[in-house]
Design a protein around this ligand. Sequence first.
Ligand SMILES: Cc1ncc(C[n+]2csc(CCOP(=O)(O)OP(=O)(O)O)c2C)c(N)n1
Ligand code: SF4
Length: 482
Amino acid sequence: MEGFDIVKEKSPAFYDRFERKDELQGQTHYCPGCGHGVAHKLIAEALTELGLQDRTTLVSPVGCSVFAYYYFDVGNVQVAHGRAPAAATALRRSNPESIVISYQGDGDLAAIGTAEIIHAANRGENITVIFINNAIYGMTGGQMAPTTLVNQTSTTSPYGRNPANEGFPLHVCELLASLEAPVYIERVALADAKTIIKAQKAVKKALTLQSQGAGFTFVEILSPCPTIWKKDPIEARKWVSEVLMKTYPLGVFREKKIEMPECKHAPHKSVAEAIGASGGVSEVKRHHHTRETTIKVAGFGGQGVLLLGQLIAEMGMRENMEVSWLPSYGPEMRSGSAHCHVTLAHDRIGSPVITRPEVVVAMNEPSLRKFAEQVAPGGVILYNNSRLPEDFTCSHARVLCVPASEIADTLGSAKIANVVMLGALLEETECLPAETAINVLETTVKNPKILELDKKALTAGREFVDNQVRVGAVPGPDGYAY
Ligand SMILES: Cc1ncc(C[n+]2csc(CCOP(=O)(O)OP(=O)(O)O)c2C)c(N)n1
Ligand code: SF4
């Protein structure tokens, strides 16, 4: 047009190049006329305009939406089918300054992932979910989705969806709008220029709200899938406006007035941030006599393995540390294997899973054999026995034998072996003060006799380690019992 320059350029939020096989160079992963490409463009433009690209992570699940990570020059995480809102929750909570987008198809979000989306929305996670509703499973060749229309044919409903047999189409916006927490829910479409402009505004609005820390935002995009619908791209767009939009009316289903919370997501922030965010003046008290560490406690059910981890975590909390405790146990109430991961940190913890613990507490031989390899080089293993199995060697970590069960028996109860081990661990690692352990025991153990025993057990464990190292009662080559 005279007087106008038509500038075609890609959004900086897209990679300069995307990878494809040789013969497919220059083609995207999407079919001609597919809505995914347009939806990508809307997201990329919003990220650029809002200046959010550098702190964004996009979660792609399973389905044609998985290809998003080839295009967006942001942090990309690919997750199992349906799990994107759960992964997005973790990503956003562990990095509250980030922007997290969960980009999901209808099979992914409304079938296998129904639980994840509902609970993420209900918790009011500060994430943005972009829901591409094309009323079918695209990637797998056209099976019925929860959003497939009544009478719409698919490979699994060849005579058309029959509500008597397959239920009615799921209206996800309406469903989520029945929850209290979400702050913004809108359904838009990629049917023509007018609806696409509305979609553009909705995507931008959702991301703006997320960047303000407002809460859960959700944009459903009715999107053409010409290949599976067996229509050309023009017919497919027409079908969006003439058919799909009749079942799924466009509109805003939730738009909360945003009052900036004094500390809405306090549990997601570190204690220091939470106090700062609520305008508190007192600095959080960090005790300098605490030490960050990661601990795996393992044994069999009934040895108090999980409780030992809980005691350590509780102690950390009382010392204003960031803590996590993650249990793992078999179905048996007794004698099955059990272990737990405990992290004590001064800063926010990214994940409660510990793959390289600095300390392993092995309450029995199978746990020693199973977890010794995992301990970080230079770490320590506390083994509940007076000696190691003859064929056992460990060159990368120190192994300290603490006959906790024997000591507990001498004190009068096999059940307190875990507290003996707690004493040993505190003395060996100096991660937390022993007085805090006494404080925790005094407020959690109600029976005075057991409390007395626990205190003795704690002291016995500490003294055992103290004697090993400083007096060298049963020394190995470097002062430890090997
Ligand atoms: C656990 C699991 N179950 C099933 C599948 C097979 N599968 C791959 S994609 C898909 C459906 C995707 O449909 P949708 O989310 O609507 O995305 P679209 O391809 O239409 O964009 C299914 C069922 C899988 N990959 N993993
Ligand atoms: S199958 Fe459908 S959703 Fe998948 S790329 Fe092709 S048009 Fe898009």
